[in-house]
Design a protein around this ligand. Structure first.
Ligand SMILES: Cc1cc2nc3c(=O)[nH]c(=O)nc-3n(C[C@H](O)[C@H](O)[C@H](O)COP(=O)(O)OP(=O)(O)OC[C@H]3O[C@@H](n4cnc5c(N)ncnc54)[C@H](O)[C@@H]3O)c2cc1C
Length: 306
């Protein structure tokens, strides 16, 4: 670990030891992490990943922590891309961005420049890298629809991946152990007025249907073509509380941390909800939230080949 610290100091890359990662999680939950690293540019991220690979260190790459719950420390370090500079480069309808760029910034850029194709994604609190990994989507839009190619770090080297080399499905991509460094998207032209209207419409629907408190978004995936919220609500669980965590009354697939809860509250509320839905409907809810705990697949052991 000393070697890593020396590397970070020498390359002036921001890091914090024994860092409470809950401070940056969208639900304010998570454990302490040995070393959390904040590269600011694609260049410093690549240099860091090369060092970690060469030294066989175990690491995890995260974005804005809006879908991850760090339960245990399972890696030597965690890299967060959310403080990376936005590197947005547009050539006509092709737009390339760094992995750490917030999706909202990309949507804002598209809106200002008459570029259509991501309107339904507005309001998802993700980085571009995290959104691609999870194939984030809403209102019939998915980030993969607009994706053309990516620059990635895989097995010790930087390479270019075409969209066709990765499988995408509902809230799923086959990216495993592969770090997205930057991505290129192809937009369509549309009248600025129409684009603005769509952004306003989706923002309105999101704000009126989703609670605004600290959360990780939807806790569970759709099952049998129905939202998990359908089963949770009909099991009478709206408003159910464990410690500081509560099943939102506005959207029962959201757990809100409204009273200074902890990871254990989240886990206990999840198992209460899962058991109740199983008992009531015979349906096993599948988590959407990614828990980092024992046996978690880190980036140091890529399982995907192409
Ligand atoms: C209020 C709220 C609303 C939400 N609404 C939606 C919605 O409408 N639709 C939707 O799909 N999701 C939604 N989400 C969930 C979440 O925003 C998405 O899953 C998003 O894709 C996570 O992005 P992130 O940057 O926060 O990634 P993180 O949560 O930090 O990480 C998610 C995954 O991406 C990986 N990852 C992160 N960066 C990289 C990278 N550079 N290279 C490779 N892998 C990487 C991580 O290792 C992890 O596996 C919502 C969440 C909240 C809190």
């Amino acid at each position: 670990m000393e070697k890593l610290i020396t590397f970070l100091d020498k390359n002036e890359i921001e890091y914090h030891e024994n860092y409470d990662i809950s401070l940056l999680s969208s639900i304010r939950l998570g454990c302490k992490i040995n070393i959390v690293i904040f590269p600011k540019t694609i260049k410093s991220l690549t240099k860091l990943l090369t060092f970690l690979f060469q030294n066989k260190l175990v690491y995890i790459v995260a974005g804005n922590l809006s879908n991850m719950l760090f339960v245990d420390t399972v890696a030597d370090c965690v890299i967060l891309t959310s403080k990376m500079q936005d590197e947005i480069d547009a050539r006509g309808n092709l737009v390339s961005v760094s992995a750490g760029t917030m999706l909202t910034k990309l949507c804002e850029f598209a809106k200002k420049n008459g570029l259509s194709g991501m309107e339904g994604l507005v309001g998802i609190p993700a980085t571009v890298g995290g959104a691609i990994r999870n194939n984030a989507g809403a209102f019939g839009y998915q980030i993969s629809d607009r994706l053309v190619s990516m620059q990635v770090f895989y097995n010790g080297r930087v390479c270019e991946l075409k969209k066709s080399q990765i499988k995408f499905d509902y809230h799923y991509s086959s990216l495993r152990g592969i770090v997205v460094l930057s991505a290129t998207f192809l937009f369509e032209n549309k009248k600025e007025y129409d684009i603005i209207n769509l952004y306003n419409e989706y923002t309105y629907i999101r704000n009126s249907t989703q609670p605004s408190g600290l959360s990780l978004g939807s806790v569970y995936r759709r099952v049998n073509g129905k939202s998990a919220g359908f089963y949770i609500e009909r099991s009478g669980l709206k408003g159910t509380r464990v410690g500081g965590l509560v099943v939102a009354s506005k959207h029962s697939n959201f757990f809100i941390n409204d009273k200074n809860g902890n990871v254990s509250d989240f886990l206990r509320l999840s198992s209460l909800v899962e058991n109740a839905v199983l008992k009531q409907f015979g349906v096993a809810l599948i988590p959407e939230v990614e828990k980092v705990e024992r046996d978690y697949e880190t980036f140091s052991r890529p399982t995907y080949t192409f």
